[in-house]
Write a new protein. Structure first.
Length: 94
């Protein structure tokens, strides 16, 4: 697998309950990487994605200048997942 494929596989890997608890504590303390990973977890949830939670964590991560979070915000705006579809906002984040 390439580095990009490995990164994507990790981003889409479901988190355990322990990982979610740990990352939530870190995210609440302002850890941008934890916010990004929680957003990914809620976006890629296999059963029912929680787009509003994903948006919240991606927004927080973007506020911490976590570059990857901007891409995910663009995706949410482009598709209208959890928020009103807004192509101008999608382009801004892409």
């Amino acid at each position: 697998m390439s580095d990009d494929e490995n990164r994507l596989a990790e981003e889409m890997r479901p988190l355990t309950e322990d990982e979610i608890r740990t990352l939530t504590v870190l995210a609440d303390k302002g850890d941008g990487k934890a916010q990004l990973r929680l957003g990914q977890s809620y976006l890629f949830e296999k059963r029912v994605p929680d787009y509003s939670r994903a948006y919240r964590y991606f927004r927080k991560a973007a506020d911490q200048d976590v570059v990857r979070a901007y891409y995910y915000l663009g995706e949410l705006y482009y598709h209208g997942w959890g928020i009103a579809r807004n192509l101008d906002s999608a382009i801004e984040f892409f």
